[in-house]
Ligand binder design. Structure first.
Ligand code: FMN
Length: 258
């Protein structure tokens, strides 16, 4: 797997000689070259020239026959939990800022059901402020080990305090301290300043249970659109999209061109 390092290096070296006088272009050219060099590797193993071969048995079942997205999501997440090396619940959360400029970052899924998909964060963070102004977003899961993607879109709301409290008590003590010490997304003058804040709250909450900070809670994205994507040989991927008009309404399913 991967590009032989020597070939890679030589390529970069030549690029460097030819483009040394144009520093920026050097970077652009190398970045493009690196990706081009990688392509034949994964192409030959994954898609174009190799015999059609399902990477594992999970890709052979026809998920496009599913008539309901939540159970399918649960099955795919269970598969990912077995096959991903780390963080199978990691998902990209996309929001928009007040100028309509999209913003995206990773968060961890902490629960899901018909009502929605829940993650936890600092309410005063960049994402928190963006969601207060525009409570709409998108989530993307990409499970590389399965060559699968799931996309969700819909409105978001803050979860109830009770629900946030119930989750907060399950977190490791140091993570609870971190929730107090981190002014997430605000400028931080130094690592030391953060460590001092951690020490301060460790002393403050030296004994007894640590309460949940008022500005630390969760959001629930209620999906109105959920799309499942599965890699297939020759880029003939399968996509199915479920849509509903609102929570509690029935889902309709559409197959999409890849
Ligand atoms: C794998 C992974 C999981 C993360 N999970 C969370 C999370 O559950 N909640 C959170 O607030 N930040 C999480 N982060 C950090 C966020 O990506 C982000 O840096 C932080 O929330 C600040 O984002 P913001 O400035 O847009 O609010 C995670 C980062 C990674 C790489």
């Amino acid at each position: 797997m991967g590009v032989p390092p020597r070939m890679h290096y030589m390529h970069c070296h030549n690029m460097h000689r030819h483009n040394m006088h144009r520093h920026n272009m050097y970077y652009h050219t190398v970045a493009r070259t690196d990706l081009a060099a990688l392509r034949p590797q994964w192409n030959s193993e994954m898609s174009e020239s190799a015999p059609i071969q399902h990477p594992n048995k999970l890709t052979s079942g026809d998920f496009t026959e599913a008539d309901e997205p939540l159970r399918l999501f649960a099955a795919w997440l269970a598969d990912a939990t077995r096959s991903e090396p780390a963080d199978p619940t990691a998902m990209t959360l996309a929001t928009v800022d007040s100028d309509g400029l999209p913003n995206a970052r990773m968060v961890l899924l902490k629960g899901f059901d018909e009502q929605g998909f829940v993650f936890y964060t600092n309410l005063d963070s960049q994402k928190g402020r963006e969601l207060d102004a525009t409570p709409k977003g998108a989530l993307v899961f990409h499970w590389k080990s399965l060559s699968r993607q799931v996309r969700l879109r819909g409105p978001l709301e803050r979860i109830e305090d009770q629900e946030a409290d119930a989750y907060f008590v399950t977190r490791p003590r140091l993570a609870q301290i971190g929730a107090w010490a981190s002014k997430q997304s605000a400028p931080l003058e130094s690592r030391l300043a953060f460590e001092k804040a951690v020490a301060f709250y460790m002393a403050k909450f030296a004994v007894g249970p640590i309460p949940r900070p008022a500005n630390w809670s969760g959001y629930r994205l209620m999906p109105l659109i959920i799309e499942f994507w599965q890699d297939r040989p020759y880029r003939l991927h399968d996509r199915i999209e479920f849509r509903r008009g609102g929570g509690g309404e029935p889902w309709s399913k559409t197959r999409l061109y890849p």
